[in-house]
Design a protein around this ligand. Structure first.
Ligand SMILES: Nc1ncnc2c1ncn2[C@@H]1O[C@H](COP(=O)(O)OP(=O)(O)OP(=O)(O)O)[C@@H](O)[C@H]1O
Ligand SMILES: [Mg+2]
Length: 292
């Protein structure tokens, strides 16, 4: 029986404030609640994911910065345990300097990939919280990941941004990571009562449907369900350093991230069973997942 493969997911959108960090932290917590050992890697100098998971960036000595700058650095020494199954490799504001410090380094795009490999499969899920830019930190995430999940709000302009994002994924996939695949979009701060929102989701689904006809990293991408409703508890919990499951387990935000995590885990396990442990292009046949 081979070791369970690591599911490496980059949460990416160059647009700011769309729900990347909220989704990274609470989806990771959902996987952990499902019994899976899960690591969040905070790749954003704003260090919001670290804070959300209760790590005060000002009070730590080691962070993902050390991991990227020094290939000999012991990655595990910078990881903080959140609970039995959830851990975080935190960021600090100095992470912003890594982009310039690494500018001349030949393997600069692969530093994170190598660091994750050195963890030897200790975590079954590794979720990468990207900053709102397409710079070297995001490129490191895309080079390391097998999958991209795009948190977004269903607005017309956001849809245009997705085109640019997919071009970046294609470039990185062609240059450094041919196995990279876009799993889909998570609709964040979702408001089903708005006609505009519904139209944007229909457009998005049409776009992904058409993409199935030809080879691309997003050939099997889809709108993941359920959508995450706008819920004030999700906005409150970061300041308490808690995930939604600890802060407000009965809130709609916990129900939505719980259900999304469960559906991804179910699909993942079915795929593993079918492929005898070999991973992981999510087939289009799974695209008709339950609608939320
Ligand atoms: N479903 C939701 N309901 C209500 N508020 C939300 C929801 N999702 C996220 N928020 C809030 O919206 C703001 C932006 O979310 P978040 O920080 O996750 O976005 P981001 O894409 O990571 O931002 P950045 O690009 O700055 O990293 C935060 O204040 C967050 O608490
Ligand atoms: Mg963020």
């Amino acid at each position: 029986m081979p070791d369970r493969p690591v599911r490496l997911i980059a949460m990416m959108n160059q647009k700011g404030g769309v729900g990347k960090t909220t989704t990274t932290v609470n989806l990771a917590a959902s996987f952990a609640r499902g019994g899976r050992s899960t690591l969040v890697i905070d790749l954003d100098p704003q260090a919001h994911a670290s804070l959300h998971l209760g790590v005060d960036a000002d009070a730590i000595e080691r962070s993902v910065y050390d991991v990227l700058i020094d290939p000999a650095f012991d990655v595990a020494s910078a990881i903080h345990k959140v609970n039995d199954r959830l851990a975080v490799l935190p960021a600090q504001t100095d992470l912003a300097a890594a982009e310039t410090e690494l500018a001349q380094v030949p393997d600069r795009q692969r530093r994170l990939e190598k660091a994750i490999a050195s963890l030897n499969g200790k975590y079954e899920f590794v979720l990468l919280d990207c900053p709102p830019s397409l710079g070297l930190l995001t490129i490191n995430a895309l080079a390391a990941a097998r999958e991209v999940i795009i948190p977004m709000q269903a607005h017309f302009l956001a849809l245009q941004g997705v085109g640019k994002l997919l071009e970046t994924v294609k470039l990185v996939s062609g240059a450094v990571n041919p196995r990279l695949r876009v799993t889909g979009v998570v609709l964040c701060m979702h408001d089903t009562s708005s006609t505009h929102t519904r139209e944007v989701v229909i457009d998005l689904e049409k776009f992904f449907e058409e993409a199935r006809r030809q080879e691309s990293p997003w050939r099997f991408a889809r709108v993941l369900r359920p959508a995450i409703r706008r819920n004030i508890k999700l906005a409150e919990c970061p300041s308490f350093g808690q995930t939604i499951f600890d802060y407000a387990p009965d809130a709609p935000g916990a129900a939505d991230y719980g259900a999304l995590g469960e559906s991804l885990l179910k699909e993942w396990d079915a795929l593993l069973a079918k492929r005898g442990g070999e991973v992981v292009v999510l087939p289009g046949a799974q695209a008709g997942a339950p609608k939320g």
